[in-house]
Design a protein. Structure first.
Length: 106
């Protein structure tokens, strides 16, 4: 799923969050991949009036440093956070359910 210059992908055992960053002439993507076994907590703050939703993972041993150079239209949040708009709220809820099922299975 892509939103706000970020993307999130779930393989069944790993979550990958990519963020577009200003790096060089054309920019680049920074990726952070973590296993569901390292997730301690998931919090989903749904979007509201003129603010994006935030899907935040508390991941054991992961950096919480904020991305300082997001691409235009990107959010200044850490690589454990996926920001999304109201049109993606249903897909994010479904994704959270899938990830929680995988966490329970381990």
């Amino acid at each position: 799923m892509h939103a706000r210059r970020r993307s999130i992908r779930f393989s069944g055992t790993e979550v990958t969050i990519s963020a577009a960053v200003k790096d060089g002439l054309f920019g680049n993507d920074r990726k952070h991949t973590f296993s569901v076994t390292k997730i301690k907590k998931i919090s989903n703050d749904p979007p509201g009036f003129s603010r994006p939703g935030r899907l935040t993972f508390t991941v054991e041993g992961a950096s919480t440093d904020v991305v300082e150079n997001p691409a235009s239209g990107g959010d200044r949040v850490d690589m454990n956070t996926f920001c999304y708009g109201s049109l993606d709220a249903g897909r994010v809820r479904k994704l959270v359910t899938e990830i929680e099922k995988a966490m329970d299975a381990t």
